[in-house]
Design a protein around this ligand. Structure first.
Ligand SMILES: [Zn+2]
Length: 401
């Protein structure tokens, strides 16, 4: 696919705004340094961002003898963005200002009887209505929704959510009908939104080749190149959990055998522990994972052996990803990563050299995510922000005619 000058302009616009939000208040000159763009290019983009109502000048700073420089900040008094994280067990909705700070948060539990499209839509509609009443008339500029499973982004359709048995649900249309909102709605899945969140606010900011590896009940990778999310031909890029590491391996829920997820997905980890210690793995999945982490920290042999086996498989799986993509940074994220904590990192680092080529390992940074924010919801809101920013070309063109 060819990059047009419009694509480049939008990409530069994202880059300028990411630095502006992170370093606010800041000046055009500092932004030019941070983004490696010329001051003239940054000034043009800032003019457009001000015209779009996303950025404001909030004062001036002394420039050491020259003309005082204008200080720029996100227009936090402007419109708002809404990010919705729909997971198997909850719906969390956050309202953000244009600096991507959280203004409101609504969370509702979902139980297994409530996973019909109508029930999930109902929770989102109720949440948006409640939030709207507290916005004092501030406009909603966009709504991003993260839904589990496969999503057709262009059509706004949940094509397949295996845990809910949804197929081809026209979720965006249904939500538009129920919300009657004068703002665009963006739909995607958590791997994509979490990666957009990392690009805007996490360790991925300014990273050229990024893989965000989610370890949870399922496993997958979100990919971004040149500061942009990589979706693949059908928005299915990053299905790393279903790369096969053993043709004779255990059955995976995708129908294949020996997928990496069949070894390091939470159910597989807990099953391995249960096979070594019959007292292990009681209660809910997250309670059992917390118990495993505690047993590992206490030096219990069954827990240590389980973690060792997981670390070997995870390292081999990560090496496959790293050898194919040669990324600058891999960020480990997800509730299993959180449960097992920082002690997981040295277990992987010590084993990666056995599977990675020197050429790909030498340039690799591996990190465990420490963000306390809901990166899925933040990423969904950032998708809505990106959608809003894509209007910049028409706004800017009009301004300079
Ligand atoms: Zn699989």
């Amino acid at each position: 696919m060819k990059s047009t000058s419009r694509d480049i302009r939008i990409r530069n616009c994202f880059s300028v705004l990411r630095h502006l939000i992170a370093d606010s208040p800041t000046s055009r000159q500092q932004l030019a340094r941070a983004t490696d763009l010329s001051v003239a290019t940054v000034s043009n983009l800032v003019t457009d961002l001000i015209e779009l109502g996303v950025v404001v000048e909030i004062g001036r700073e002394d420039s050491g003898g020259g003309r005082p420089r204008a200080l720029l900040a996100p227009n936090t008094g402007g419109g708002v963005l809404i990010g919705v994280d729909v997971a198997e067990t909850y719906v969390q909705m956050e309202v953000y200002d244009l600096g991507l700070s959280v203004l409101e948060r609504v969370e509702e539990r979902l139980d297994t009887s409530e996973n019909s499209p109508g029930a999930v839509l109902g929770h989102i509609v109720d949440g948006v209505k409640a939030a709207r009443e507290r916005l004092d008339g501030r406009p909603i500029l966009g709504l991003g929704v993260s839904l589990p499973g496969q999503v057709d982004v262009a059509g706004g359709v949940s094509t397949f959510a295996p845990n809910w048995n949804w197929r081809d649900v026209p979720f965006r249309d249904l939500l538009e009908q129920r919300l009657d909102l004068d703002a665009p709605i963006y739909l995607d899945n958590p791997l994509k939104t979490v990666t957009v969140g990392e690009l805007w606010f996490g360790d991925g900011r300014g990273v050229d080749r990024l893989a965000v590896v989610n370890l949870g009940t399922g496993c997958g990778a979100g990919l971004a190149f040149g500061g942009e999310l990589y979706r693949g031909a059908s928005n299915a890029a990053g299905e790393w959990g279903h790369t096969v590491i053993d043709l004779e391996g255990p059955q995976c829920r995708c129908g294949s055998r020996g997928c990496i997820e069949a070894y390091i997905g939470a159910p597989a980890i807990l099953r391995q522990w249960g096979e070594l210690d019959e007292r292990a793995a009681h209660g809910s999945q997250d309670e059992a994972m917390a118990a495993l982490a505690a047993a590992w920290a206490a030096g219990e042999p069954a827990a240590a052996a389980t973690i060792e086996s997981v670390a070997v498989k995870l390292s081999a799986g990560l090496a496959n990803l790293v050898n194919v993509l040669n990324p600058d940074l891999v960020v480990l994220i997800g509730w299993v990563t959180r449960a097992l904590g920082d002690r997981l990192l040295p277990e992987i680092e010590s084993r990666l050299p056995a599977y990675c080529l020197d050429a790909t390992l030498g340039s690799l940074q591996l990190k465990v995510n420490h963000q306390r924010r809901n990166m899925v919801g933040l990423g969904a809101a950032a998708l809505a922000l990106e959608g809003h920013l894509s209007r910049i070309n028409t706004v800017g063109a009009r301004a300079r005619r």
